[in-house]
Design a protein around this ligand. Structure first.
Ligand code: XMP
Ligand code: MG
Length: 183
């Protein structure tokens, strides 16, 4: 699939490459301020958060460790099931650690609220959340998110790690998926 074909699958570009990069740098600056002198463990949620975590951690001055977790709340569709499964658990012991969960997007919030509660049972010093995108109109649970890159409309978006049926993850911008692709 070349660039022109991808454009046909999108209604518009929601966040340009430049805006994504500036937003990630801004998140990194906030995290640097808050965690200065602390031992920080970044937990990235696979697969969607790979791009965010790769750029975010390289923009940080704070020394961090990185670990990865894979959970599933979706099939290949576009709606949250609310059922969360751990597909790959962390390697790290969280006892006494400052943990920052890095996500691509918060939609209903069901996945993250479940994940945050799960990690909090493992004895960490703190657990906070950083997400590139959030859909406030789709939120179904109250969830305290310390770092939000951008609030977006309740539409299905792809690119910069976000997929539809495993496609579009490697776009370096975020676009809104055209309904004809998934209906
Ligand atoms: P919830 O609803 O539990 O969902 O907050 C979080 C997970 O759902 C996926 N998700 C999306 N993926 N475009 C995507 O490519 C979207 O617009 C979208 N909305 C939710 C994503 O995997 C996220 O981690
Ligand atoms: Mg995801």
């Amino acid at each position: 699939m070349d660039a022109q074909d991808v454009r046909n699958d999108l209604t518009h570009v929601l966040m340009s490459t430049e805006e994504v990069q500036a937003t990630v740098r801004d998140l990194a600056a906030q995290i640097d301020r808050d965690y200065e002198g602390k031992d920080l463990l970044i937990v990235a949620v696979l697969k969607g958060a790979v791009m965010v975590v790769a750029d975010l951690t390289r923009a940080l001055h704070t020394h961090v460790e990185m670990d990865f977790m894979a959970v599933s709340s979706y099939g290949s569709g576009t709606k949250s099931s609310g059922v969360v499964r751990i597909l790959k658990d962390l390697d790290a012991d969280l006892t006494g650690r400052h943990v920052l969960i890095v996500e691509d997007i918060i939609d209903s919030g069901l996945t993250l609220s479940w994940l945050k509660a799960n990690l909090e049972t493992r004895g960490p010093a703190s657990v906070e959340i950083c997400t590139l995108l959030r859909k406030p109109d789709a939120m179904k649970v109250e969830i305290d998110v310390k770092y939000v890159g951008k609030d977006i409309p309740n539409e299905f978006v792809v690119g910069y790690g976000l997929d539809y049926a495993e496609k579009y993850r490697n776009l370096d911008f975020v676009g809104t998926l055209a309904p004809h692709v998934y209906s």
